[in-house]
Design a protein around this ligand. Structure first.
Ligand code: NCD
Ligand code: ZN
Length: 345
């Protein structure tokens, strides 16, 4: 008997699609399974205004594979120059679904990010007033803070103070990688949420560093110790409404990953649903997959859950491409390191 699992169609609450030829190459990998995605604004130059977001949205729609039904949920890149009234107008029109906070220098294309948080106070206050979520890349960038501690320190130095000084601000701590992040989000009310990637449920820092350096497992925030991975697994498979899927699928061409100064990012769009089903099955939590991938995110973003469904079937090991061809070179698909048995029908 074939084992099957039918869930509402999932969404991806943190996705990098890039632009141009890369956008065209990676978009089908997401639209095959996901109905909607929160689209990260870290283009070069970044998506700064509602006008930029509208133009980027049009480019995404123009690149959709034929027949695909997919809604890009647009975000703005928060800088010290962001205009609160532009944010409010973008949100009121339905175009802008969140604003993204990158600490300056935290990750790929974050050079325009924040250094002085006081400068964005009017924007954050406006967002609290209108209920527009702030998505945060939760890492400090201070040279004296060890890279493995940057998420925990961010909670104490930035996230918690911002939440205390801006009551009512709705915040998503994105791509959580530590027990500290999980515990903080869990301790907060329904105006705080956290996204978790598929790859951080699979790898710990040994996967990157033991037996030779593995550039395709390098992303930011960097994977931490095993105890942290286990805390992420517990949170994702618990059904707790604070937590939902944000793949952080982030394509970089192989020549820039396999490099003396390799780019950060794992490309997971192709096999995320197969990976998640395998993990939730291992943890005896297949009944919680729908909450994590399809239900908790829409509740937080105050959007309806998708009406249609996907069916996953369990069988012989699934084959998926190891690389996606793009005009900029091949992009390596995340290798979880074990066979996947669940496939979206
Ligand atoms: C992302 C990218 O490549 O844009 N990289 C990553 O390692 N996750 C940026 C980000 O989300 O940090
Ligand atoms: Zn990201």
């Amino acid at each position: 008997m074939t084992e099957t699992l039918t869930i509402r169609r999932p969404d991806d609450w943190h996705l990098h699609l890039r632009d141009g030829a890369m956008l065209a190459a990676v978009l089908p990998e997401t639209t095959r399974h996901f109905a909607r995605a929160i689209i990260m604004p870290n283009l070069v130059p970044p998506v700064l205004t509602s006008c930029d977001a509208a133009a980027y949205r049009s480019r995404i729609l123009a690149a959709l594979p034929e027949g695909a039904v997919f809604e890009p949920l647009m975000t703005l890149y928060l800088t010290e120059a962001t205009d609160a009234s532009d944010v409010a107008a973008g949100a009121a029109s339905g175009l802008v679904k969140a604003v993204k906070l990158y600490p300056a220098g935290a990750t790929t294309n974050s050079a325009s990010g924040l250094t002085d948080f006081d400068k964005v106070r009017p924007v954050l206050e406006k967002m609290a007033e209108i209920g527009l979520p702030l998505c945060v890349h939760g890492e400090v960038t201070d040279d004296d803070i060890d890279i493995f501690d940057r998420e925990a320190v961010f909670i104490d130095r930035v996230l918690d103070p911002v939440r205390r000084t801006t009551p009512g601000l709705r915040v998503v701590m994105e791509h959580i990688t530590t027990r500290d992040g999980i515990d903080y989000v869990k301790s907060q009310g329904p105006d705080m949420a956290g996204t978790i990637t598929a790859h951080h449920l699979v790898i710990n820092r040994n996967h990157i560093l033991v037996g030779g350096i593995k550039p395709h497992y390098y992303c930011l925030p960097v994977a931490k110790r095993e105890e942290h991975r286990l805390a992420l697994r517990d949170a994702a498979t618990s059904g707790d409404t604070h937590f939902f899927l944000g793949t952080d699928s982030a394509p970089h061409p192989d020549p820039l990953k396999q490099h003396a100064c390799g780019c950060a990012g794992c490309f997971t769009a192709t096999n995320t649903m197969s990976v998640l089903a395998e993990l939730f099955e291992q943890d005896g939590a297949l009944d919680k997959l729908e909450a994590f991938a399809s239900l908790n995110g829409p509740v937080f973003y105050r959007l309806p859950a998708n009406q249609d469904a996907i069916t996953l079937t369990r069988g012989a090991p699934v084959s998926y491409p190891s690389k996606i061809d793009t005009a900029d070179g091949p992009v390596t698909v995340f290798d979880p390191g074990f066979a996947l048995h669940w496939q979206v029908a």
